[in-house]
Ligand binder design. Structure first.
Ligand SMILES: *Cc1c(COP(=O)(O)O)cnc(C)c1O
Length: 380
């Protein structure tokens, strides 16, 4: 069986840092601008040029970016924000940070993004905003979202932490709604080590976020003058220079990821028991992870044993995502229970995220697919 066995475990994800990027980081270390220096501005400028928004505010994580956007929109205790339960937890936590309530809407079973047809029934007097997520690098249905937000005068947030470079009907993800976010943790398309960026066309949001990331200082204000409550969400120039260099390679990186995804698709598309990722014809995907789903006859126990078997064979894998509403503290805070969002729950029980990164080799993909096939056959 183990004819493809390689002599190391294949990781789920892996950053791709080249020598030029290491040199760039070292060069910043030799300057006296380790933070709030020229690389911060250059990074923000590069993001603006790429996404086409008026403003970019770089911060120390995607989560910080989401928090600042929510605050800049004056989402407060008593407000509700409509969002998806099928996401990384930060996209709902940022609503809790301000004491507001996340109101979940179940997902479309194909795209795995928020189901726009179910949003309106959840809108109340308290609804302040919609926060949609471009899950796994596939943009949400942004023309519908913008329509609904406009109709009900709601703010609209694009959590594009997983979708740098993706497009919806030819427009870059992240740029939709009133403000968006990209994230640069090492498993994302590009990395700054830790980092994120807010993108917006709204000058007021940009100004507030800029101030709040830097202890509430207004532009031009002295170091000990603080106009409003702020945080230290600054990103260092060391991180920014890495981001600049990675952005320069973004097209090449996205192409590599597309190739890896297509190699998986080819090998798995006819495999009984597996559904390969669905990609809507309205989008250009920016592959964040490669997640297959087991057919409906499989249970969560089956899925978990498949994950266990893959790991035994040196293949790292994961169950993207555990539904947010079923996380213990969400259950405690809001009384959520199993059955509340059946599509999210059904999908969550049957996902298998396979190793996925820029430089994953064809023979490693073969090894993963051969083993997955074997495991599925053994289960039948
Ligand atoms: C990664 C991620 C975030 C948070 O980004 P960090 O930089 O890790 O804080 C937010 N939302 C989604 C959907 C993500 O995948």
């Amino acid at each position: 069986m183990n004819k493809y066995r390689l002599n190391y475990p294949i990781p789920l994800s892996q950053p791709d840092i080249i020598n030029r990027e290491i040199d760039a980081v070292v060069s910043v270390l030799k300057t006296s601008y380790l933070s709030l220096g020229p690389k911060l501005q250059e990074f923000e400028k590069k993001i603006i040029d790429y996404v086409g928004t008026k403003y970019a505010v770089a911060v120390n994580s995607g989560t910080s970016g989401l928090h600042l956007i929510v605050r800049a929109m004056e989402v407060r205790e008593g407000d509700e924000v409509i969002t998806t339960p099928f996401s990384f937890i930060a996209s709902a936590n940022c609503i809790l940070f301000e004491g507001a309530k996340p109101v979940f809407v179940d997902i479309d079973p194909k795209t795995l993004n928020i189901d726009c047809e179910r949003i309106e029934e959840k809108i109340s007097d308290k609804t302040k905003a919609i926060l949609a997520v471009d899950v796994f690098g596939q943009p949400a249905e942004w023309d519908r979202l913008e329509e609904i937000a406009k109709k009900y005068s709601l703010k609209l947030i694009d959590d594009s932490a997983e979708a740098l470079g993706a497009e919806y009907k030819g427009v870059k993800a992240g740029s939709f709604g009133d403000a968006g976010v990209f994230a640069f943790y090492p498993n994302k398309q590009i990395t700054t080590g830790e980092g994120g960026v807010i993108i917006t066309n709204d000058e007021k949001i940009a100004k507030l976020c800029r101030s709040m990331r830097n202890q509430g200082r207004d532009e031009g204000e002295s170091w000990l003058q603080h106009e409003r409550l702020g945080y230290n969400y600054r990103i260092s120039d060391i991180n920014c220079v890495l981001g600049i260099a990675q952005l320069e390679r973004l097209d090449e990186i996205l192409e590599k990821r597309e190739k890896v995804a297509q190699m998986y698709n080819q090998r798995l598309k006819d495999l009984e028991g597996i559904k390969i990722p669905y990609v809507s014809s309205c989008v250009k995907m920016s592959w964040f992870v490669y997640v297959v789903r087991l057919r409906d006859s499989y249970t969560q126990e089956d899925r978990d044993s498949i994950l266990g078997e893959l790991k035994k064979r040196g293949i790292d894998c994961s169950n993207y995502f555990t539904p947010i509403h079923l996380q213990s503290f969400y259950r405690r805070m809001f009384g959520f229970k199993e059955g509340d969002f059946p599509i999210t729950e059904k999908v969550s029980k049957t996902t298998v995220a396979l190793p996925f990164y820029n430089n994953l080799l064809e023979k490693q993909i073969d090894y993963v697919c051969e083993n997955l096939k074997e495991i599925l056959e053994e289960m039948r």
